[in-house]
Design a protein around this ligand. Structure first.
Ligand code: PRP
Length: 209
């Protein structure tokens, strides 16, 4: 039995459909229910449906052997996992954003406030730039930060750019590219190597088509 942690929400449908394409016997999954554990009929796979930011936790602790998570989540959580495949969907960018006219202020200000759902990524980025900032951790609607004066900037993912645009904000600096990744628990990779390797190879074949 191989257990896979899947992210609910934005990456969820695509994650499941890529696995259904790769692995036989996953057609009858009860995806319409509110069940959090789905067992496949025809194959020895089990799925845990979890909050996207929790995928690395389930995989690190080995209650899931594998998982699908955004690179943003993996960077933020920074857990000891094997990242084995870039799945190529869920593409977006991690970026610093703010008002266009304030674009240069950060260089001269001694104390910058940055609102973000990703405190570790933001801290690492600004520390790497030699800048001292105060992080304000938010759990969503981060773009509000600059609009109401809570923060000078945000660090967030930008997909279509629509949320920024419609709130009068722009990307000031791109931090990195993001996409969904397949990750594997370090111990499972050894103890269940054959079935896990088979899944990785099958998913890779689907990606190559
Ligand atoms: C994400 C992200 C941005 C938005 C970017 O938020 O935090 O707000 O999507 O997408 P766009 O560039 O296509 O507009 P999400 O929709 O996950 O909601 P949240 O703000 O509640 O976290």
């Amino acid at each position: 039995m191989v257990t896979i942690a899947l992210p609910k929400g934005r990456l969820g449908d695509k994650s499941l459909s890529i696995l259904q394409e790769a692995v036989e016997g996953l057609d009858g999954l009860d995806t319409e229910s509110r069940k959090l554990i789905l067992n496949s009929q025809g194959s020895k796979l089990r799925f845990l449906l979890v909050k996207p930011s929790d995928v690395p936790t389930y995989v690190e602790y080995g209650v899931a052997d594998m998982g699908i998570a955004g690179k943003d989540t993996l960077m933020e959580e920074n857990r000891p996992l094997y990242e084995v495949l870039d799945l190529g969907f869920g593409k977006c960018k991690m970026a610093v954003a703010g008002f266009p006219e304030k674009g240069d202020h950060r260089i001269t200000r001694s104390h910058t406030r940055v609102a973000t759902k990703y405190p570790n990524i933001a801290q690492n980025y600004f520390t790497g730039m030699g800048e001292t900032i105060e992080i304000i951790k938010l759990n969503g609607s981060v773009e509000l930060g600059p609009l109401v004066g809570l923060s000078d900037y945000i660090v967030d993912i930008v997909e279509s750019g629509r949320t920024l645009r419609e709130n009068g904000l722009v990307v000031l600096e791109e931090i990195c590219d993001i996409s969904a990744r397949l990750v594997v628990n370090r111990v499972s990779f050894k103890t269940k190597n054959k079935p896990i390797k088979d899944i990785i190879d099958s998913v890779q074949k689907v990606l190559e088509v």
